[in-house]
Ligand binder design. Sequence first.
Ligand SMILES: Cc1ncc(C[n+]2csc(CCOP(=O)(O)OP(=O)(O)O)c2C)c(N)n1
Ligand SMILES: [Mg+2]
Length: 277
Amino acid sequence: MSLTFDKKEKLEAQCLQFRKSLIEILHRIQTGHPGGSLSVCEILVTLYFDAANISPANINDRDRDKIVLCKGHAAPMLYLCLAEKGFFPKEELNTLRQIDSRLQGHPCSKDTPGVEVSTGPLGAGYPVALGMAISDAADGVNAYTYAILGDGEINEGVVWETCQNASKFKADRLITILDWNKVQLDGTAEEIMPQRDIPGKFKAFGYNTIACDGHNIASISAAINLAKSCKGMPSIILANTVKGKGVSFMEGKSAWHGKAISDEDYRIAMKELGGVS
Ligand SMILES: Cc1ncc(C[n+]2csc(CCOP(=O)(O)OP(=O)(O)O)c2C)c(N)n1
Ligand SMILES: [Mg+2]
């Protein structure tokens, strides 16, 4: 289904609100991962609030969609989505990364309602997502599994083992989205490990590749629709993104992968985002 103008505007407003909440929470707790959370914002919002059939009401249903945030360090943005969906009270967001909180630095499926797979070790979530998609297909379940990878994450060998299998098993119900911000933990992707032709590599592994603007809700939504229409092979959406998107001094900077937000940084960031609301 294509996105209506009203829905697109609503989701854009949601993204801005999440960016503000993220900066507020991470400033308060003086820890966490702003860069990769800001980068994946529109991808998660499009999935949770439009494309994917998933909610607290259907979480125990076999035929609902699944969302696996493989790049688990972006957990704060995932938690904002889950709280907004009603998986847990929004007040709980204030306990992020505290001892005994259900909202740890990386998502835990055992403790946190709505978290599909525990992730954090890069690459480890992807084969699990594929297994879910294959198992759904084998059981005739009418559902999609969405897996979100980071570009640093795809340096993990297990990602490519998963690709081989996704291709072999014609996993057309696995829709992978690459948060392609070209920046990793302490440098650019190019500096850390030249990755060469990423679309060409996925194509060589038997994937249908689709490009989109990962900060444009309509572009992400259209890419998901294209992926859904592709049969007999897995699809990957190469979502062009900017690490730290929305806060000028964080954009494209690996330093903001996981850095505490000072009072001054907080003041500037919130001003740029339009102030506390
Ligand atoms: C197996 C493994 N190695 C190293 C790390 C440490 N680490 C956490 S995030 C990260 C960089 C990830 O970069 P990317 O996938 O591009 O994420 P994003 O830019 O979207 O934040 C690294 C090296 C880890 N979590 N798991
Ligand atoms: Mg990256």
